[in-house]
Design a protein around this ligand. Structure first.
Ligand code: ATP
Ligand code: FE
Length: 339
């Protein structure tokens, strides 16, 4: 089965070609236009998708060495995400399905982040066994999901306010870093002291999270320091990044431990843009020994938004004949459990 998938939920235009669960290509065009604005500008994002979608699809097919006429289905992200961005992929792939006369498959982006572990390539061969705890940590979500099978998922904990990626980006902005600040914090944290500054840890019941408290704690701390020393941030940027990252990782780890204890599940699979973070990767690897967890971390390529994760979900949907008809609409808000 050959599937072409497109992901266009936010600011990256991505296309992937799969043969069954195997990735043949995964091509992503990132949008630079947003950097100057400190965040994604929706109108600019949808225009850039329109410019990128044709060349990105052509390149994905070329790298895969697959012709349009060989495709068995086409897939796209139906939500959640920015409406204008989603619409570009939606309209384009509908037309493609119609003109090729092959099935169309709408995919939930958040299911993509979780099922990215099932993508097969030269590096990534082993997938988690069910049931596992899918930890989605991204720019818009922070969720602990009990994954019983490909399409049977249950959210058992989530953030009550900001997503963890949002906390990285917003605190990074306070540190004077460019958007998205997550990767930059990660890089700077490597040469900083994670125990230099202590930020207040939120007290949230059960398996839910709060990251806005951490952000406020960082803000008050900086305001106080800057009064005494206007150059405080520049002089301590590495320690600030390391300490912030350490706090965020601890908040996350606490809840994962709790979730594992409550459910008895020891297979932990992280996904989403923030799972690219080296602090989180290292912490999970070391915990896996202590807690006897089997930890799954996707290749970098499949952490941030990419079409490969859309293609893998589409493949599983194809097997179950879960096809979409041409009336399918883009959904800016879409729950994880909406297929
Ligand atoms: P969602 O998937 O919830 O709709 P999104 O698609 O915008 O949101 P992703 O692309 O999955 O989110 O992830 C983007 C986020 O990941 C950004 O907040 C970015 O700062 C963060 N991020 C990327 N790399 C790293 C890293 N190395 N360390 C920390 N955060 C990172
Ligand atoms: Fe995402």
């Amino acid at each position: 089965i050959f599937i072409l998938a497109v992901e266009s939920s936010c600011d990256d235009t991505s296309a992937a070609v799969f043969e069954n669960e195997k990735k043949l290509s995964n091509v992503t065009a990132t949008q630079k236009v947003h950097e100057a604005y400190g965040g994604v500008v929706p109108e600019l994002a949808s225009r850039a998708h329109q410019q990128h979608i044709v060349p990105v699809i052509h390149e994905a097919l070329r790298q895969a060495n697959v012709k349009m006429s060989q495709l068995d289905a086409v897939a796209f992200t139906k939500g959640p995400g920015l409406m204008g961005s989603l619409l570009v992929g939606n309209a384009f792939m509908k037309s493609l399905a119609l003109s090729l006369n092959i099935p169309l498959i709408g995919v939930n982006h958040m299911q993509g982040h979780i099922l990215a572990h099932f993508i097969k390539d030269e590096v990534q061969q082993k997938a988690p066994n069910f049931p596992f705890l899918g930890i989605t940590i991204s720019g818009g979500h922070t969720q602990i999901v009990k994954v019983n099978s490909y399409f049977d998922m249950q959210i058992i904990g989530e953030t009550l306010d900001d997503a963890i990626g949002e906390a990285f980006d917003k605190c990074g902005k306070m540190f004077g870093l460019n958007y998205p600040a997550g990767p930059e914090i990660d890089r700077l944290a490597k040469s900083g002291n994670p125990l230099k500054y202590k930020f207040a840890k939120p007290q949230v019941k059960g398996l839910d999270f709060s990251f806005s408290g951490l952000k406020t704690s960082v803000l008050y701390f900086l305001q106080k320091q800057l009064k005494e020393n206007p150059d405080f941030i520049q002089q301590n940027i590495e320690d600030l990044c390391a300490s912030f990252q350490h706090a965020a990782v601890q908040i996350l780890l606490d809840k994962i431990k709790k979730a594992s204890q409550l459910t008895g599940i020891k297979t932990i699979a992280i996904g989403g843009g923030v799972s690219a973070n080296s602090g989180i990767r290292e912490a999970l690897k070391s915990q896996s020994k202590q807690q006897q967890w089997e930890v799954f971390i996707p290749s970098f390529e499949y952490c941030t938004d990419n079409a490969a994760m859309i293609a893998i979900v589409a493949y599983f949907k194809y097997l179950e004949h879960q096809f979409s008809d041409l009336s399918i609409t883009a959904k800016a808000r879409l729950n994880l459990t909406d297929n």
